[in-house]
Design a protein around this ligand. Sequence first.
Ligand code: NAD
Length: 454
Amino acid sequence: MSLTALRTLAVHNPATTEVIAEVPDHTPAEAIAAVDAAAAAFRGWAATSPRARAEILRRTYELIVADVDRLAGLITAENGKSDADARAEVAYAAEFFRWFSEEAVRSDGDYAVAPAGGVRNVVTHRPVGVAALVTPWNFPAAMATRKIAPALAAGCTVVLKPAAETPLTALAIGELLTEAGVPDGVVTVVPTSTPADVVTAWLTDDRVRKISFTGSTGVGRHLLHQAADRVLNASMELGGNAPFIVTADADLDAAVAGAMIAKFRNAGQACTAANRFLVHAEVAEEFVARIGALVEDLEVAPLISPRAVDGVAALVAEAVAAGARITHTGTVPAGGWRHPAVVLTDVQPQMRISREEIFGPVVAVQTWTEESEMLTAANDTEFGLAAYVYAGRLQDALRIAESLEAGMVGVNRGIVSDPSAPFGGVKQSGLGREGARDGIREFTETQYFSVDWS
Ligand code: NAD
């Protein structure tokens, strides 16, 4: 459904800094009109057969795949990421519709004989209701589809607030959902320049029964406080501080190739981005030389905003002032909001660059010799989203992986995202999981019937 708006919001291209579009800039009152529509559509959508809902999701998958050129173009234009990264994102985003079209028809329940006999427990899972979805700018397509697809599969209706920096992709996906046959009011995309006001209006509306948020831990914490006032069902996909561990006997070619993906996808602006490289002292020099050679040839995509560039530059400058060394630097073309790729060595665990999400193209290397000390360092963070381990022997890799306080561990792999796997974090990286079978459960609540069988 499309809403009318009195104001507009300018969208910039980070590669040129130019304004490329104006989109509706919704007020809280307009955003509530989207909830009116979602609430009105809920009963009908929840009552639509799982097969019919699944087929609409499947059509959406096909429409997105067929429209990859346009969608990738929109993502690159508003987010700045490379064409290759944008195409990869469209493919990943589409997969959530394919996966959840398959899950929509597998809504299982449970049946049990109560221990005392006689009574039977019949358990069902039903859609939680109208869901408010809030997404970040770094994956404008995938963060939206990772929520919309399971919500619709479960029978929920949704209102989605994309990041103000990247509303174009979400609006385009909203149109494709309509084309695929999603009824009016089931999905409404609500861009706004006043996110706190719009989301507060939603979270204080009794008809909204769910908040699913992806973004920074700070904003997630704030929304959890707001959700607590109404004991609202909340799923949180928050920030990360991923360790990337390399043991002395790791295959260095594979580790460097994995590191390039884990670090430089989206110019480092990923919640799963490798943030702290913990490399065994015996191979650190070789690892740095090999990744450094690649970095010197690397021209990374722009960052999302001038603030983002300043933030990365400040982390690097502070680390250097405290004793870290820049060993390699990439190139940056003129124009746009850019920070070159850099490799930093002699990084210490207490530096801010080790404690916070860098969200930029910086390979920050620490070294270790004792596994137990390395594991303590790897887990010494309030975050627990992704982690990566490269080790020569699988049993070492798995032992290390099991000791990591992270929701997802790439074992001899530099990427963990997969629609068929449960994506999410522990500690302050979040609550709940997206994708896999778990993703649909985030949008259901359990009801059970106690049945007198006598
Ligand atoms: P952000 O928290 O600033 O914004 C995320 C969303 O929240 C945006 O839509 C924004 O408009 C909205 N928002 C901002 N302030 C708000 C408020 N007071 N009330 C309600 N909504 C508000 O995050 P960002 O800068 O857009 O994205 C980067 C962050 O997202 C990083 O921390 C990254 O790790 C995290 N992230 C996490 C995952 C994950 O799956 N765990 C995925 C992608 C990004």
